[in-house]
Design a protein around this ligand. Sequence first.
Ligand SMILES: Cc1cc2nc3c(=O)[nH]c(=O)nc-3n(C[C@H](O)[C@H](O)[C@H](O)COP(=O)(O)OP(=O)(O)OC[C@H]3O[C@@H](n4cnc5c(N)ncnc54)[C@H](O)[C@@H]3O)c2cc1C
Length: 356
Amino acid sequence: MKDLFVQQVGGKHVNTHKQESLIQHHVNLSSYSTYEIGGKAKYLAAPETIEELKTVLEYARQEKLTPFLFGMGSNILFPDEPKDQMLFISLKELREMKIDDKGWFVSAGIPMSHLALIGLSSGTSDYDFCFLLPGTLGAGIYMNAKYYNRQICDILDTALYIDMNDPEFKVQSIHVDTCDYSYKNSIFMKNNWIIVGGYLKHPDYEALAKGMKEISRLEKIVEYKNPSQLPNFFKYYTTLAKTWAEENNGVVPESFDNVVKDRGSKFHFDYPSCGSVFKNNYDFGEPMGKVVDRLNMRGTVYGGASISAWHGNMIVNQGKAKAKDIIYLVEQVKHSVNEAFGFVPEEELIIVDSKS
Ligand SMILES: Cc1cc2nc3c(=O)[nH]c(=O)nc-3n(C[C@H](O)[C@H](O)[C@H](O)COP(=O)(O)OP(=O)(O)OC[C@H]3O[C@@H](n4cnc5c(N)ncnc54)[C@H](O)[C@@H]3O)c2cc1C
């Protein structure tokens, strides 16, 4: 306890020893992104509790760093040279889950695919669409992640968030009906808010409690490796589903199998990527994959990156891609689509600013 130092900042006591212990330095962002791309971050934190998150935010405020919040990095392109003043904060270690008097609370860092397994073991198919959907619940709430006709706003009741402009970093709540949800859009994308978790809907809390216990037991027997590497993510969740099925004298449900086949046919987990690069333009009337196909751009290579040979709306890292290679192809697609069809597609992928 010798080096413990308590500092007064803005009328509050801040334990700088605790702050420092939560900050890692010179961390490779590539291991925090499913693109497996990104240079060294000068500052990175992965808080495990809301209190730790608040401590990290205080640190950023005090040191005049710009916080950049993320989850599993499955929709982000990190820069080859990150800015020195950025504090990268991954919420993937915020993994609390409980049933309380308000309902079923799930922390922001819980993977969406996990919810599908809990749904499976608690007798509801409401969460099937989350199976093998990469990323954390926090990001799903942020951008209304979807799979075909099901989206996160269908299962959310209330989101809990911290407004980064609030001097106290209080946790506030907002009901799903006032989150301005639409296709890949929400109130969270228009504000400087951090989602720390949410209350989710479930038809049967007794079954849910049993299901949560069951999956938590299976988690301990299935090997877990960094889920930001897509083959690990795929293996972990398909093994969990198979193990559950074996123990329950059954087979993996057809809806889960269909997801494996559908995503497998697009080679989603074979190359590092961030899934779809562009949002669909519903006014144009064709999904972006088809639009890119019409331009015969599948398979276009630049540096270590290529437009996927199996899905026109994915740009993959073939092994040694840099962020600049991906950005080049993104710009190529935007330019070609604009020339041919008269609109500039909007990125779904979040491209983080580089130092230069
Ligand atoms: C192979 C593959 C297939 C995919 N398929 C689909 C699909 O079918 N449907 C779909 O919707 N998406 C899909 N995606 C994209 C990805 O799954 C989603 O965008 C997911 O929501 C990202 O989660 P994440 O935790 O990785 O977020 P990150 O990539 O870490 O972050 C994405 C954005 O969310 C913000 N954010 C993250 N967490 C929070 C938080 N707690 N509070 C506030 N802001 C936050 C970040 O600032 C960033 O802007 C796919 C990705 C891959 C790699």
